[in-house]
Ligand binder design. Sequence first.
Ligand code: ZN
Length: 171
Amino acid sequence: MKKQYILVLSFGYAEDQALGVIPFTSKRRFASFKEAVVDLAAFFRSHYEGEPAETKKCCTATLQKDADAHYCSRCRTSLRKEEFNPDQFEDWLSRISGTTVDSYSADFVPYSSDPDWDVCDFEKACAPKANTRFVYQAEKVLCAAIGHSVHPDITLDTIFKARSGKSVSFW
Ligand SMILES: [Zn+2]
């Protein structure tokens, strides 16, 4: 049976561990804790990468003339799609721990009245029947959830196998 999840994210490790932890919840239902983590990671990644910019006519024309062009010959816009950098994504995720309500919607996920995932009250996360899970070193677990592990032998599967209880941590 699919369930709603509350994922309490804790960022960093050892002396770099953030003291604040943030619960996130989704109205959507998932078959497993792992599926919820993968969905939250995809949600953050989509906000990290942002909307793809619309291609202007002049840029399309440049690419038609030269498919390998790096810049538009007319407006000088870069025509190379920036490659996803998992290290920068990890840094971006780690910085969520230092946000306020204002800076979260300014720098991370713009305010939406019906977001896929949203910050949740602690009272809700601690309610007796809440389906709450802890994700330690969330920046690394969320990177692993989109297929970018720092160590090739530590994947999301191995993390979940090693920590099959109520919490999931990288080590
Ligand atoms: Zn152009």
